[in-house]
Design a protein around this ligand. Structure first.
Ligand SMILES: Cc1cc2nc3c(=O)[nH]c(=O)nc-3n(C[C@H](O)[C@H](O)[C@H](O)COP(=O)(O)O)c2cc1C
Ligand code: SF4
Length: 395
């Protein structure tokens, strides 16, 4: 596999505690270059690169920036989403720890592109130990060098606060609950002003795109998904860690060749809300069109129960549901009850039918992505490992 480091390019090379070290490796050159361009030229370059958001949905970044830049408002805002609450994800933490200046530079270019003077870095509550390092690095850099002010806000400790509208509620000092949409953040975001919200990894792609150009960027990856993707690989593997590979790489290359998985039964791609891929489909290419989500990859070997996997995931969502809408608030509790009944060998075949039907209802009727994606692992394990469910039915 070709060595391909775009977002992790500085990790292990630049001293994350030294701005001089960052400067010595070409730091802030891309920002200076961006400032010589008009904001719209920067937006168009990002648009042409085909960069897609790494927070899970793969939305085109340039399009998001263009919408916000053209939206009228008293102020424009950029938010860097570093909430990283998805189960099994730690690639954003790795970036924050190893290349904070690269992230600030990407945020500053985003601010220049959409006309924002203030940006927020929303830091996962459990990453409190990184706060001091980030604040020191920000102080060292200074607003004058960045051309904007970056404020770090600590998260509220809830998974739903990673969802963009709940995150903005949280920054505004309210309870973290999803908003009804439309309107969307590029039109009415933080304090109802035009706002761009991007994942940490998305913003890490900006510096190399501005430095090397959109044409260079498009030579990496696969057609509709240019560039690379960083994955946090855990579970039954010999070498857990953060790996960066070009889009389109086969799942087997990531989990078997790089991370050293053996005896694979299934892989969950995208965290607790991600899809479950059976071993027979390990040749699946990693793109947004196939299985990609937030970047968490959890490998399960032959010793693992798929009903147990689904139960663990649903337990997480039942606890993290914000409770605003009924299909998620009640649906997750009922899914959990049905799964637990099966695990206790007191369930019936009708309970398996109910799992299927309820999952379908939740996927189309929940207000935000938390509830819509909560049944994913139930649906996938029922499809690929249905026998395990039926073997638990009370005879
Ligand atoms: C329940 C839930 C949790 C989310 N958590 C995160 C998160 O921790 N980090 C993140 O970047 N995006 C998260 N997202 C996606 C964000 O809503 C949003 O789409 C993303 O930050 C946009 O950035 P991008 O365009 O760079 O992907 C979450 C979405 C949902 C529904
Ligand atoms: S889907 Fe769940 S987390 Fe999202 S708004 Fe509804 S109750 Fe809250």
């Amino acid at each position: 596999m070709p060595e391909c480091r775009i977002v992790l390019r500085n990790c292990g090379i630049v001293d994350p505690a030294s701005i001089e070290s960052y400067r010595a490796h070409g730091g802030f050159q891309a920002l200076r270059k961006a400032k010589q361009l008009t904001p719209d030229q920067v937006v168009q370059e990002v648009k042409r690169s085909g960069l897609r958001g790494r927070g899970g949905a793969g939305f085109p970044t340039g399009m998001k920036w263009e919408l916000a830049a053209r939206s009228p408002g008293e102020a424009h805002y950029v938010i860097c989403n570093a909430d990283e609450g998805e189960v099994g994800t730690f690639k954003d933490r790795y970036i924050l720890q190893n290349d904070p200046y690269g992230l600030f530079e990407g945020i500053a270019i985003a601010c220049h592109a959409i006309g924002a003077r203030t940006a927020y870095l929303y830091l996962r509550a459990e990453y409190h130990h990184l706060l001091g390092q980030l604040l020191r690095a920000l102080k060292e850099t200074g607003d004058a060098e960045l051309g904007c002010h970056i404020e770090v806000r600590e998260g509220a400790g809830a998974y739903v606060c990673g969802e963009e509208s709940a995150l903005m509620e949280s920054i505004e000092g309210k309870r973290g609950e999803a908003r009804y949409r439309p309107p969307f953040p590029p039109n009415h975001g933080l304090w109802q002003e035009p706002t761009v919200i991007n994942n940490v990894e998305t913003l890490m792609n900006i510096v190399p795109i501005i430095q090397n150009g959109a044409d260079w960027y498009k030579t990496i990856g696969s057609g509709p998904c240019p560039g690379t993707k960083a994955f946090s690989v855990t579970g039954d593997v010999e070498r857990p860690g953060v790996y960066e590979v070009p889009f389109g790489t086969a799942l087997a290359e990531l989990v078997v060749d790089l991370a050293g998985a053996v005896n694979v039964k299934a892989v969950q791609v995208g965290g607790a809300s991600g899809r479950v891929v059976p071993a027979a489909k390990l040749d699946t290419p990693l793109t947004f069109e196939t299985v990609l989500g937030a970047g968490a990859v959890v490998v399960l070997d032959a010793s693992r129960s798929m009903v147990e996997l689904a139960t663990q995931n649903v337990t997480f969502f039942a606890e993290e549901s914000c409770g605003k809408c009924v299909p998620c608030r009640e649906g997750n509790q009922i899914l959990l009850h049905l799964l637990t009944t099966l695990q206790q060998r007191s369930g019936k075949e009708q309970d398996i039918d109910a799992l299927r039907e309820l999952s379908e209802v939740m996927m189309i009727s929940c207000l935000c992505g938390l509830g819509q994606a909560a049944p994913n692992s139930v649906v996938d394990t029922l499809e690929h490992f249905g026998d395990e469910y039926y073997s638990m039915v009370r005879r």
